[in-house]
Ligand binder design. Structure first.
Ligand code: GDP
Ligand code: MN
Length: 387
């Protein structure tokens, strides 16, 4: 689960990571009240689940109430990478002397935690990694050993920060590590981590991804669920335990396995179509799972055709085919279904589908054929204005 900046900062604050004082506002009036309370100058920041807000005009400094009102009115309602801004964070603005970067995440291949620290903050860290990898001080942390104060200081010394920032940053990263580990996060990232003119070190941005697997021991995470701004389709998919990402096209996609789902998107693109979503149903393709997947896809008004691409493995072709047929009996389809079945017992599966073929259910032997048919049906459906 990804937190909004203000939620991430509240999470940081619980672990003693310094953040600016501020409040969330959903209207321009609330923003002015929050700004008056924080004291000017303030920074007004769009609260959306994407980065790059600064570049998109979603972060503005305001020197008085009028400016704060104008900034909030302009930011509220704006769309940043497709995310509509419903709330702003209004904080006392910091006077920035330097912008750094700090993060912790899991390095799966090393089976260790990985800390990144850089004097080049405030910009895209991927860009720094590509252009000047030496500008990022990396630190692997064994979860059993943890991270000592001495190690924090040595790490900070390697990062080449301003000398007056070192003590504050060393203390901050120690607390950030506790937040990451004890807070059960998959990622904590501070960009920028600012050194202020007064010599303080403060987290000016917060990106926190909580580990959903740990939700059972954090009843307090409940508060984040309500405010999490997710696409309705994605919410339903999550409730049903499906890996779903909503997209803008007209061809709904269901595949088993993330790799196959990605390839299906590519093939649909290749034949001139656009995917309405990415949906990985995982290993099993039972009737229940298939019905859930079809139900989620059917909530998307843009879908004009549905492409099911399943490679039978442990789940055999006839089980998949029976699952699809049974699911069709349970779900009201919004668009015709094109099925490509391959792998274990694919022929048996296709024979079952053949017995149920209609203008709503079409079976194709290859991925390319299936994608072509789905894209054609989608184009026809869009032309006919059919729902
Ligand atoms: P992002 O673009 O979505 O990562 O949003 P950030 O929270 O990182 O803000 C973008 C930029 O706004 C930062 O890199 C800073 O340069 C600037 N900014 C953020 N907070 C403050 C602040 O308190 N004071 C000043 N002067 N600038 C700020
Ligand atoms: Mn940032």
């Amino acid at each position: 689960m990804d937190l909004l900046e203000h939620q991430g900062k509240a999470y940081f604050a619980r672990f003693g990571v310094p953040v600016s004082t501020g409040a969330v506002a959903a209207t321009a009036d609330e923003a002015v009240a929050a700004a008056d309370a924080a004291g000017y100058p303030v920074v007004v920041k769009a609260q959306v689940h994407v980065g790059g807000r600064g570049k998109a005009g979603g972060v503005r400094v305001a020197g008085d109430g009028d400016e704060a009102r104008r900034a909030a009115s302009e930011i509220l309602g704006m769309s940043i990478s497709g995310h509509v801004v419903r709330a702003v964070l209004v904080e006392r603005a910091s006077d920035i002397a330097a912008e750094y970067y700090a993060s912790f995440t899991l390095d799966r291949s090393a089976k260790l935690h990985l800390g990144l620290l850089s004097a080049r903050g405030g910009v895209d860290i991927e860009q720094v990694a590509a252009e000047a990898p030496a500008a990022i001080a990396r630190l692997h942390v064994d979860p059993v050993d943890g991270l000592s104060d001495e190690e924090c200081r040595a790490w900070v010394a390697r990062a080449g920060l301003a000398p007056e920032a070192e003590d504050g940053v060393a203390a901050l990263v120690g607390r950030l590590y506790r937040c990451y580990v004890d807070g059960d996060a998959d990622l904590v990232e501070v960009n920028p981590l600012a050194l202020t003119g007064g010599g303080d070190v403060v987290a000016l941005d917060a990106k926190v991804t909580l580990d959903d697997n740990a939700a059972f021991r954090h009843p307090e995470w409940e508060e984040f669920l309500g405010t999490e701004v997710v696409d309705d389709r994605e919410r339903l998919a999550r409730e049903k335990g499906l890996q779903y990402v909503g997209l803008d096209g007209t061809v709904g996609i269901i595949a088993n396995g993330a790799g196959l789902a990605m390839s299906t998107l590519d093939v649909v693109n290749q034949v001139g179509g656009d995917a309405a979503n990415f949906l990985d149903i995982g290993g099993g393709a039972s009737a229940a799972v298939m019905a859930n997947a079809l139900e989620v896809i059917s909530t998307d008004d843009n879908v004009r055709a549905i492409l099911v691409n399943v490679f039978g493995g442990i789940t055999r072709g006839e089980e998949v085919a029976n699952g699809i047929v049974e699911a069709l009996g349970r779900v009201q389809l919004v668009a015709p279904l094109v099925v490509r079945l391959d792998g274990t017992n694919a022929a048996e599966g296709r024979a079952i589908l053949a017995g149920h073929e209609s203008d709503r259910l079409v079976s194709r032997a290859t991925m390319l054929d299936a994608a072509r048919t789905a894209v054609e049906l989608a184009a026809a459906g869009a032309g006919g204005g059919e729902g």
